[in-house]
Design a protein around this ligand. Sequence first.
Ligand SMILES: Cc1cc2nc3c(=O)[nH]c(=O)nc-3n(C[C@H](O)[C@H](O)[C@H](O)COP(=O)(O)OP(=O)(O)OC[C@H]3O[C@@H](n4cnc5c(N)ncnc54)[C@H](O)[C@@H]3O)c2cc1C
Length: 434
Amino acid sequence: MADIFADGFKETPYWWDLAPHDESDERTPPAEADAVIIGSGNVGLSCALSLSRLGRKAVVLDAEEVGHGASTRNAGYLGRGLAFKYSDLAAKLGRDDAAKLATVAVAAHDYAAGLIRDEQITCYYRDSGRFLAAPSKRSYDKLAKDLDMMRADGVPVDAEMIPRERQHEEIASDIYHGGQILRGNGIMHPGLYHRGLVERVRSQGTDVIGFCPATSVDRSGAGFSVTTPKGTIKARDVFVATNGYTPKALPWHRRRVVPVSAFMIATETVAPELMAQVLPQGRPLLENRNTPLWIRPNEDGTRVLFGGTTGEGLDHLPNKARHLYSEMTRVVPALDGVKLTHCWTGKVAFSFDWLPHTGTHEGIHYALGWCATGVPMGTYLGHQTALRIVGDPASVTPLDDRPFPTKPFYYGTPWFLPLAVGWLKWQDRRMLRE
Ligand SMILES: Cc1cc2nc3c(=O)[nH]c(=O)nc-3n(C[C@H](O)[C@H](O)[C@H](O)COP(=O)(O)OP(=O)(O)OC[C@H]3O[C@@H](n4cnc5c(N)ncnc54)[C@H](O)[C@@H]3O)c2cc1C
């Protein structure tokens, strides 16, 4: 492979160029607060913002710099769905429950898009729609069938099937069998979205403190005592919002989420004619399979961003960049020769039932296991958690307090991941053959 790395190639998220991260934080936490929020991603911040608007004093902690986790590393897709395909969800839970959960996902998108608008967060949010690319004829047929089913069940979905003959209207690729345009889905710049949330939360007088890990959470009177190296905080409520980064100090939560590394690359500036050929509508693409690849334009449509949840562990990042580059040029051969400026990684978290979970365990609130839908879903359920903390009955969603499964001998290190990913990839390959 020819040299694919541009001068100054970085192993940090492309998004951090416009929204840099702090290298240190001298802030110290207060001795008391109404709520301690563990994790400074979108979920923790969304909860903190709503709590401050409801007159509660929260403090947000992060073990690393503020925004260290997936919230500033993701692809910036603001979707309206769950990780589950609708017919699979219906087969698992029944059609009533499936329709309820699918409708929550739509509400989550609308809440997050509304927050960006109402808070005037400048993050290049765009109602782009999404192209869900079908890797096989069977996948295309299933997408069409699921769409009919969702419509029949009253799920508010606005979508159109695009047959293979028309797919060049969406992507300069011949490897797909058409796909589905999902309208009402958006994209944005996740670094700026996160930074906007931090600014709004701090402007309400709420502390957001980096390099301040919660090392233990203990009962104390009617509330809790949260220990950190920078001091102990007493609070009535604690909210765990650590998702793929859930630490050993929170063993009940850690046993219930499976962290999986996802990887992304960014290209150098691409000639406008080539950009117009690669993604003619400027619409982000996501493959409709278990281990998908995705491709989108950057915030101003001058570069290509490409990623995948490869499932393998954290390798040497330049090697990962080479692997993703060969995948990108397999999908879009016209990008061969374009150089890379960034490659980065982050952790998503899957639950064992592939559904997000929120609720209260032994008095501690949690919202975790986004299965790669955390940008809209997490923003929404962070807000709903704030409502729960203040005792508002409007906090309840169909996702609340569902059984949150774990597995025997699982303590947070997913030793079974190679097997599980192997199984998912085998299913993907089988679908390609059919
Ligand atoms: C490459 C990639 C692409 C993705 N693309 C999309 C997408 O396009 N759309 C989408 O919806 N989702 C996407 N996701 C998933 C999405 O980013 C996550 O679901 C979401 O950001 C999770 O937010 P969060 O606030 O729950 O957790 P995070 O943002 O991961 O934050 C958790 C934080 O908890 C902190 N923490 C851990 N332990 C402690 C402790 N002891 N004390 C204090 N803090 C602690 C961590 O340092 C971390 O900063 C993607 C993820 C990745 C990695």
